[in-house]
Ligand binder design. Structure first.
Ligand code: TXA
Ligand code: MG
Length: 349
């Protein structure tokens, strides 16, 4: 299959509409990451998403709509807490998981009784949704387990030949996927942190429980948050989180290099980083910038042939929680600090 990459124009949107309404898949930009969309009400079309991505079929998809009024038919009811979150944060980088209605196919929800619904904020995503006129089931448009795509080029790297069309809307402004919060009668639970932060959610909801898999290995009760149990966000390079200062990071860098490896530091702007290969992760404590850069820099490390990424650990307040949630998975939960011995580093690499 030939994969076309087209800027967003009247013509390309018309093409996207034709593909979606005839049961095909289209990659499209959102403010978080690129999505791989199909008509959410067409089970056969949704199957094509799982095939193109190589996604495990027990991992449910988010349904994207353009307007708040389009949420109602997808869910059994909108509880008062869900309504508060929807009114405050949508359109925006958030997904609310609610009990599903009958019209949502089992394939979308992986057989579950709930559905995640999201109204993206970016103009490009909204143009796409308006053009197709049906709810769109869409995961991130990467090959399963790879870092999520934040540009059309990333989508092309993973899915060239597997899908007919990528709508190119430039770089995503957010860079990490939406916040996922599930809301039922008894509780609100944060299943995946994103750029609508836990602090912001807590201003609207009395209590938000953070699912244990958010910062820990997804082996703990994966049922509520299926996506968190899989290998995730992995570049080819080995990612190692450094929970220490730049002096220690430089020592670790030098040691890893002495082993014949090709490491790169992923660190905040710092004029003391001179002799090392270095990507600027963020500047001026701007954790939202770290979120925007993370996946793109992991992919860049691969394309430039680095085999170890030494990434700065962030504190988990604000957007830091979403960055650390992705980074821990990219690193398979490998964290080093001053107490880590050389033998341990040898074993990690
Ligand atoms: O920002 C985003 O959310 C992007 C863009 C394209 O909208 N989409 C995205 O989809 O990240 P995906 O499939 O890569 O991640 C969806 C996550 C998974 O961890 C999945 O398990 C979880 O949301 N999820 C979806 N529906 C759910 C449900 N009904 N219950 C629990 N978790 C759900
Ligand atoms: Mg994904």
């Amino acid at each position: 299959m030939i994969t076309e990459v087209l800027p967003i124009t009247e013509e390309s949107l018309k093409k996207a509409r034709e593909i979606i309404l005839s049961g095909g898949v289209v990659a499209f930009p959102t403010e978080t990451v690129y999505g791989l969309g199909a008509n959410a009400l067409d089970e056969e079309a949704v199957k094509k998403i799982f095939e193109a991505k190589g996604r495990p079929s027990d991992n449910p998809l988010i349904v994207h709509v353009a307007e708040k009024s389009a949420i109602e038919p997808l869910v059994k009811e909108i509880l008062p807490d869900a309504k508060k979150v929807i009114n405050k944060f949508m359109p925006g980088p958030i997904t609310v998981v609610m009990p599903k209605s009958k019209i949502v196919p089992d394939k979308v929800t992986a057989g579950g009784k709930t559905v995640g619904v999201r109204i993206p904020e970016s103009t490009a995503a909204r143009q796409f949704l308006a053009a197709v006129g049906v709810p769109i089931a869409a995961p991130s448009a990467n090959t399963s387990s790879r870092p999520s795509p934040t540009s059309a080029k990333h989508v092309f790297e993973d899915l060239n030949g597997k899908i007919p069309l990528i709508l190119d809307g430039g770089e995503c402004s957010g860079g990490v996927e939406s916040t996922v919060v599930s809301i039922n009668e008894s509780e609100a639970m944060l299943l995946r942190p994103g750029l609508v932060t836990l602090e912001e959610l807590s201003q609207v909801l009395k209590k938000v429980t953070v699912h244990p898999s958010v910062l820990a290995d997804g082996k703990v009760d994966a049922a509520a948050s299926p996506g968190m149990k899989y290998k995730h966000y992995s570049p080819v390079a080995r990612v190692v989180i450094v929970n220490d200062d730049i002096l220690f990071a430089k020592q670790a860098y030098a040691y890893i290099k002495s082993l014949g490896k090709k490491p790169v530091l992923l660190w905040q702007e710092d004029k003391n980083i001179k002799d090392e290969m270095y990507y600027c992760f963020f500047a001026q404590n701007d954790k939202a910038l770290a979120a925007k850069n993370l996946f793109a820099l992991l992919r860049r490390a691969d394309s430039e042939g680095f085999d170890v990424v030494l990434a700065q650990g962030l504190d988990i307040s604000g957007e830091g929680l979403s960055v650390m949630n992705r980074l821990l998975r990219a690193a398979a939960f490998t964290v080093i600090d001053k107490n880590t011995t050389k033998e341990e580093i040898n074993r990690i690499l």
